[in-house]
Design a protein around this ligand. Structure first.
Ligand code: HEC
Length: 161
């Protein structure tokens, strides 16, 4: 019984050891250089700012649209949830943008959530139009009015219902 325990523990240690070897082999503990502060700055830089946030928001906006057109309400719910998460995380990194997103977060997005819950395509389409207006309203407030959003015309994702 004791022997078995020793073998078991040794195997466990080897497994741990193996994992940390692979980790350093990948160079993951090598690319961050300098002081802890410099390392954190680099990580923050790698996370990106609002443009990076918007690439994700835009993808989820398009997927949300097609989910609604397909009446795939579970997928619509999934996309809306992650759109909100991406936007909130982006605002955490760029709090100066938060004021312009207030109405969007407090009114527009909950309205889309209700439209999805209704399970009615006509209600969803209306909610989506208001959503699009909200995207553009924030762009205008943030001096990015040249980034005009409209409903996607073609599907770019392989997800079908
Ligand atoms: C805080 C208000 C705000 C809201 C709400 C908002 N945006 Fe943006 N968006 C911005 C800002 C600011 C930029 C420019 C970011 C930059 O260049 O740093 C931007 C840029 C973009 C870009 C260009 C990204 C790139 O660099 O390639 C797209 C696409 C975009 N937004 C889509 C959307 C969509 C779709 C919605 C609605 C679902 C939306 N945005 C809602 C503020 C907002």
């Amino acid at each position: 019984m004791q022997k078995l325990l020793v073998i078991f523990l040794a195997a466990g240690l080897l497994a741990c050891n193996h994992r940390s070897n692979t980790y350093s082999e990948l160079g993951t503990d090598g690319w961050l250089k300098g002081t802890d502060e410099q390392k954190l700055e680099e990580v923050a830089h790698q996370l990106g700012g609002f443009s990076r946030t918007m690439v994700e928001v835009s993808y989820r906006y398009s997927e949300l649209y097609w989910a609604g057109e397909d009446e795939n309400w579970k997928y619509a719910e999934h996309q809306l949830e992650h759109l909100i998460e991406a936007l909130e995380d982006g605002l955490t990194r760029r709090p100066v943008r938060a004021a312009s997103a207030k109405d969007f977060l407090e009114t527009t997005l909950p309205n889309v959530e209700k439209a999805i819950e209704s399970g009615e395509k006509a209600v969803f389409d209306e909610g989506f139009q208001v959503l699009t207006l909200g995207c553009n309203a924030c762009h205008a407030k943030e001096g990015e009015g040249f980034i005009r959003i409209q409903e996607p015309l073609v599907r770019s994702s392989p997800v079908r219902f």
